[in-house]
Design a protein around this ligand. Structure first.
Ligand code: UTP
Length: 298
């Protein structure tokens, strides 16, 4: 079984749910506490043993490339003012030279198409995909659980979480089969099924380990929902010939492509940080109880 060493992070979407902020700024550069959303995905990939990150970018996304580059003038300025802590933090976050690639999706034709654009850089080996706007919060990153299961099962692995059973029509849902290691065999994959016909309430939450045969299928994939080339449609075809397993995530995923998910993530990460928690906890509690009093009085 080949190990998973490369991860594709697609960042070419338009981010329409976050307009007007995304008119001039990539949604992947919005900050959770003090680092951009995309940094959390990179940290999670490295924690899971990934050695090479492939970004699929698009127009107006050059801030992401700049963010992952060295800024010599900034480092010199920090040195001159003895800001050692900040220099160390920038060095810690720096990706190794040659361990990051950028390729462009010329038109936002969908997630499946974005992944297909990375085919030459990934080559003939299994690879991970992380949707960066899904931000993982927990004891360990979501992708680490997928890699752990992959090492037992090989094949293809997606990570899942349980959703409210009445809301299956918002997600890609998988059917649950026999238990394997920390996960289970996937018996079915359905995009946004009505609750009455959903095979389970486990939804695919944005992390994948796929075999390279997916690229050939993506290359011939017809447009699906939203007139876009959908990754799930090609995965469903791949599941005719290859096994798929699900790794349930034991933490929580925040959908930071949506305003409420982004705000919740900021609160959760701020409260989990020892340097920020005490600064924000009291004021948040006071705001919430003030709000409660106002709505009780109304
Ligand atoms: P989303 O559907 O959440 O992204 O795609 P979006 O299209 O940017 O968002 P909205 O719905 O308009 O607000 C999940 C991930 O896939 C990337 C996005 O950048 C995001 O990280 N993506 C999506 C692409 O790279 N290319 C695409 O054509 C579509």
């Amino acid at each position: 079984m080949k190990p998973v060493k490369k991860a594709v992070i697609p960042v070419a979407g338009l981010g329409t749910r976050f307009l007007p902020a995304t008119k001039a700024m990539p949604k992947e550069m919005l900050t959770i506490v003090d680092r951009p959303v995309v940094q959390y995905a990179v940290d999670e990939a490295l924690e899971a043993g990934i050695e090479h990150i492939v970004f699929v970018t698009g127009r107006n996304k050059s801030a992401i490339e700049d963010y992952f580059d060295i800024q010599p003038e900034l480092v010199e300025t920090l040195k001159a003012s003895n800001k050692t802590k900040q220099i160390e933090e920038l060095e810690r976050l720096q990706l190794r030279p040659g361990a990051v690639s950028f390729t462009r999706q010329q038109l936002p034709n969908g997630l499946g198409h974005a992944v297909w654009c990375a085919r030459d850089i990934v080559g003939d080996e299994p690879f991970a995909i992380l949707l960066p706007d899904m931000v993982s919060f927990g004891r360990r990153g979501c992708l680490a659980g997928a890699v752990e299961l992959y090492e037992k099962t090989g094949g293809n692995v997606v990570t899942v979480e349980e959703c409210d059973p009445t809301e299956t029509d918002k997600y890609g849902i998988v059917g649950k089969g026999e238990k394997v290691g920390n996960g289970f065999v996937i018996t079915d994959m359905v995009e946004k099924p009505k609750p009455a016909v959903a095979p389970s309430n486990y939804y695919i939450n944005g992390r994948y380990i796929l075999q390279p045969e997916i690229f050939e299928l993506l290359g011939t994939q017809q447009r699906g929902a939203g007139n876009e080339i959908q990754l799930t449609d090609a995965m469903k075809r791949l599941s005719d010939t290859q096994a798929f397993h699900a790794a349930p995530f034991d933490g929580q995923m925040f959908d930071c492509g949506a305003k409420d998910g982004f705000i919740k993530a900021n609160v959760a990460f701020a409260l989990a940080r020892s340097d920020i928690r005490d600064l924000v906890l009291g004021p948040i509690e006071a705001m919430v109880s003030g709000q409660q009093k106002r709505s009780d009085a109304a």
